[in-house]
Design a protein. Structure first.
Ligand code: FEO
Length: 403
């Protein structure tokens, strides 16, 4: 084994993960055109400890990295912070290769290992509780539970000497790591923020209160570096990242602006959406976003809903219901706990428009969604009589934005 691709975080701690640029859909759901990284970390002290494994797609690279950093030493501990298969797929392989290795997890972790795999764990586990520590020599690991960030067994591990938080899925992002694994080696705002937001909002967006509980618990620790299981390692500017997480987990918008989400069969609802966008721009609203919900993956729509303070939903009635792609978007909004937004409704219908009423009902099932008056109804195509209502809706949006 002489091929490796690792980075030193400190003298004793290395990144030994890798990236998959072939996978089209993360969780077989979310498009990842920029790929995804699976991060794993190895501490070499009097004892050696690996923090999580990686997805089976990058096993070869991962094993080469681990062997390189171990440099002939055995692996003493595998810490399993998260039992989702994109991180735990190599537990059996490591147990076979390192017969003395102990698997460290909590009671739920061990339960999940038994559910996913058929492994003989007899004498091979260390079961930890909240706040327990494990000494590796100069380094000491401390374990804190973070249930539902993203699964119930999730824990994070704090290394006391170097003040590093191994944060599991928290603070992660879609996107392959291109050699630059540290946040100060990349332009995060330009190249990563939208994927980090899409990752957070779609993977753990539903669990804002649990993320808040974890953030509160971790605020007692002095943290210098955050090592997540996906995306860049944070060793500077942690306040920026924590502020994003604080907003996302409390469903507070990042930007005071309007995102218009439209569904359109023949371009007429799209036309209404574009007219409203231009009216808003003329009124001074900046950074307006417009999305065709049939042509944009719902994970992007969700991320933009978390980002923007005001949203407009525009859709035709279809089979006496909500147009299917808009219906799917509304379903995901509810599933991911979207709340605290100001919403405007624009419906289209040629003979029995009911989409507006149904969209309002769907929004009524979410928390604290303020629906602005007036709702706009277009009959087939935008006519001059619609312009007055569109202008009134623009006024309502502008007034609300300026509050
Ligand atoms: Fe990246 Fe919840 O696993």
């Amino acid at each position: 084994m002489n091929l490796y691709c690792t980075r030193n975080i400190t003298d004793a701690i290395s990144w030994v993960g890798g990236s998959d640029r072939r996978l089209a859909l993360f969780e077989n759901l979310f498009p990842i055109p920029r790929g995804v990284s699976y991060n794993s970390y190895l501490i070499v002290d009097e004892k050696t400890a690996l923090l999580d494994t990686v997805d089976s797609s990058i096993t070869r690279q991962f094993l080469e990295n681990v062997y390189h950093v171990l440099a002939g030493r055995p692996l003493d501990y595998l810490i399993v912070n998260h039992m989702e298969p994109d991180h735990c797929a190599n537990i059996e392989e490591l147990m076979l290769r390192f017969p003395q290795m102990k698997v460290v997890g909590n009671a739920k972790t061990i339960n999940f290992i038994n559910q996913f795999y058929d492994l003989d764990l007899e004498g091979r586990t260390v079961v930890v509780k909240e706040g327990d520590t494990l000494s590796l020599g100069a380094h000491t690991l401390q374990f804190f539970f973070a249930p539902m960030v993203h699964w119930p067994e999730v824990m994070v591990t704090y290394e006391q000497k170097e003040k590093i938080l191994f944060s599991a899925d928290a603070f992660g992002s879609f996107g392959a790591l291109n050699g630059n694994v540290f946040n100060d080696e990349i332009d995060f705002d330009r190249d990563w923020l939208s994927d980090a937001r899409r990752y957070y909002t779609n993977i753990v967006g539903k669990y804002g209160p649990q993320v808040q509980a974890a953030l509160k618990k971790l605020s007692a620790l002095e943290i210098q570096t955050i090592c997540p299981l996906h995306g860049p390692i944070w060793r500077s500017n942690l306040g920026y990242l924590l502020e994003k997480y604080s907003k996302w987990s409390t469903y507070e918008p990042e930007d005071k602006t309007v995102a218009i989400f439209y569904a359109s069969m023949y371009g007429d609802t799209e036309n209404a959406a574009n007219i409203l966008a231009c009216m808003l721009a003329e009124a001074g609203v900046k950074n307006i976003a417009v999305y065709d919900v049939s042509n944009t993956h719902v994970s992007t729509l969700i991320a933009e809903t978390f980002r923007c303070s005001h949203i407009v939903l525009a859709a035709p009635t279809y089979n006496m219901g909500i147009y299917p792609t808009m219906q799917n978007f509304l379903h995901d909004m509810k599933a991911l706990n979207v709340q605290n937004r100001t919403v405007a409704i624009l419906e289209n219908g040629s003979w029995a428009p009911v989409g507006g009423k149904l969209m309002r009902e769907a929004l009524g099932e979410m928390k604290n969604m303020e629906i602005l008056a007036p709702s706009v109804t277009v009959k087939s195509a935008v006519k001059s009589e619609n312009l007055e209502t569109l202008a009134a809706l623009k006024d309502a949006l502008v007034e609300s934005l300026n509050k």
